[in-house]
Design a protein around this ligand. Sequence first.
Ligand code: FES
Length: 74
Amino acid sequence: MCVDRCVCHDVRFSTLLAMHRKTGAGFDELSAQTKCGTGCGMCRDYIRLAIKTGRDRLPVMHPDTLRRELGRGE
Ligand code: FES
């Protein structure tokens, strides 16, 4: 099982990464353009990690692990 999209708005990370590579858009800009992350919010840190790593498929992670991966550890 992996995380590869914002389920609430059916926006794939591959689409977001392509937009990021083309325009340099960060999470806030991508969210404004696609609505990703504006539903339940569960995908937000996954999207940030996808942008940071360039990976469009991520393993399911505990929120603390996600924060650590983003350099926002406890
Ligand atoms: S999965 Fe992205 S806002 Fe819910």
